[in-house]
Design a protein around this ligand. Structure first.
Ligand code: GBH
Length: 484
């Protein structure tokens, strides 16, 4: 391998997880139910029979997991708080659960005691079920944003003396589209999914999107007004979204289609959040009145909600091909076709262990630079990772030899370093997804994204080769000695 492109010595790096995917202990210490508890127990199953009742049992094994983090050399760790452990019923007038708060205090202190910086996501998809039952959850734009703001306030008050890095929401696109358009995620609403019996794909995701944008904005505006000065932390949001190349790079219609696809994915949230601007014009054009408007009072909140960074969750890229027919009402991707190969049959990248993910580091570099140029904030890559080909069927001994994952990490870190050094793009950190194999949502426990193998029978953790190698990769680039 040629000499790797350097990264700055203060580059932040570590591993990421999310509450419902790892914690288990769903009925302990007064935790309230979330929409994922409900979704995972639906019959017939929509999660391959899997649920988060036990998951990785991180709730009881966090010390062991943090010892692993330390051993892997991580500087930082990104985890999410389960809203319904803090406020079991979720609402702004509902009681707090002190044992839930205590659990996260312990996590934070255990990390700091090991010299690891906590990065906290407030919402990684596990809405309190009580709010869904009470007013339809994210479908009620006014109620949900007030309840989220109060939940955020409790977190700043109780944890903000030690937590200096906040992420409001994880992937609002997935929350809106998978939760309310395809029905593939909780709460599973859709009018195009035969397994869903409620929902309206043409309207609900756009309403939910506005609720999420305003919830984020209120939480940030509150931080800026009441906590920033004393706590001196930073705050942002994690957006997902693939990079798209035109299927036929000679066809202007495909070029426009690729750009439109990214606007539907990212601009939907990034325009209001980073630029305090309306949705991208191409969305308004296609969706018409189904896309809710921002009121003047929404805009005044958006203006006050200045963030510090762009959290990027990136896994893969695709090709976009224009369609000649008008968009159906249920379309949410900008009336294009998505493909993993281009007009000449060239694949976007090497296949991984899951059908939707191919390794495309050169397009990652383009993606980073496009985002930085459009939204102007330093980027933290808050998720990036993959399962190795065939890993779902492997034993532990086979899985730990994860050479595909090691190459994936190396290639994507090289892309970051190149974007930083040669494209004028400012990237300040990186979190590998994930610390542990865990509940991969509707894919259940088969798809393994961890750098640590989880045996779901014994709950034994076994480091894969990539776990130990990441520190070497970073330290080499940062020109630091690597502890053995
Ligand atoms: C992230 O989502 C999540 O934040 C994290 O919790 C998750 O474990 C991780 O990725 C790995 O998936 O099967 O064709 O319908 C990334 C967004 C959502 C992208 C699901 C791929 C499946 C497409 N992902 N999507 S498909």
């Amino acid at each position: 391998m040629p000499f790797p492109t350097p990264l700055p010595a203060d580059f932040e790096w570590g591993f990421a997880t999310a509450s419902y995917q790892i914690e288990g202990a769903v009925n302990e210490d007064n935790r309230g139910r979330s929409i994922w508890d409900t979704f995972c127990h639906l019959q017939p199953t929509r999660t391959k029979g899997a649920n988060g009742d036990v998951a990785c049992d991180h709730y009881h094994r966090y010390e062991e997991d943090f010892d692993l983090l330390k051993k892997y050399g991580a500087k930082a760790y990104r985890f999410s708080i389960s809203w319904s452990r803090i406020i079991p019923l979720g609402g702004r007038d509902d009681p707090l659960n002190e044992t839930g708060i205590e659990f996260y205090n312990t996590l934070i202190d255990s990390l700091l005691g090991r010299g690891i910086t906590p990065w906290v996501t407030l919402y990684h998809w596990d809405l309190p079920q009580a709010l869904h039952d009470r007013y339809g959850g994210w479908l009620d734009v006014e109620e949900s944003q007030k309840d989220f703001e109060r939940y955020a306030k409790i977190c700043y008050e109780r944890f903000g003396d030690r937590v200096k890095n906040w992420i409001t929401l994880n992937e609002p696109w997935i929350v809106s589209i998978f939760g309310y358009a395809t029905g593939g995620n909780a709460p599973g609403r859709s009018s195009i999914n035969p397994q869903s019996f409620q929902g309206n794909t043409a309207t609900e995701p756009w309403i939910v999107g506005r609720a999420l944008i305003m919830s984020h904005a209120r939480a940030v505006a509150l931080y800026n007004k009441q906590f920033r000065e004393s706590q001196k932390g930073q705050i942002g949001i994690s957006l997902n979204g693939d990079y798209y190349e035109p299927w036929d790079d000679q066809d202007t219609r495909d070029k426009v289609a690729a750009e439109r696809r990214m606007e539907f994915h990212i601009g939907w949230f990034a325009n209001p959040i980073f630029l305090a601007r309306d949705y991208p014009p191409c969305m308004r054009e296609q969706l018409g009145e189904r896309l809710p408007i921002f009121t003047p009072s929404d805009f005044s909140i958006l203006e006050k909600a200045k963030v510090d960074f762009y959290g990027m969750n990136y896994y893969t890229s695709q090709f976009a091909r224009h369609r000649d027919q008008p968009a159906p009402e249920t379309d949410f991707i900008g009336n294009i076709e998505e493909l993993q190969g281009d007009k000449n049959g060239i694949s976007v990248g090497e296949p991984s262990g899951v059908h939707w993910l191919r390794s495309a580091p050169q397009l990652f570099r383009k993606h980073l630079t496009r985002i930085y140029q459009k939204y102007g904030k330093p980027i933290y890559v808050t998720e990036n990772g993959c399962p190795c080909p065939g890993e779902d069927a492997m034993t532990c001994d086979e899985s730990v030899n994860d050479s595909y994952r090691i190459r994936y990490f190396e290639d994507h870190l090289e892309a970051i370093a190149l974007a930083n050094n040669e494209d004028g793009t400012h990237i300040k950190g990186y979190f590998a997804w994930s610390l542990l194999d865990n509940l991969e949502w509707s894919d259940g426990y088969g798809v393994r994204f961890g750098v640590t193998f989880t045996d779901y029978v014994t709950l034994k953790r076994t480091p894969k080769k990539s776990a130990m190698l990441l520190q070497h990769i970073f330290h080499e680039r940062m020109n630091l000695p690597t502890a053995s």
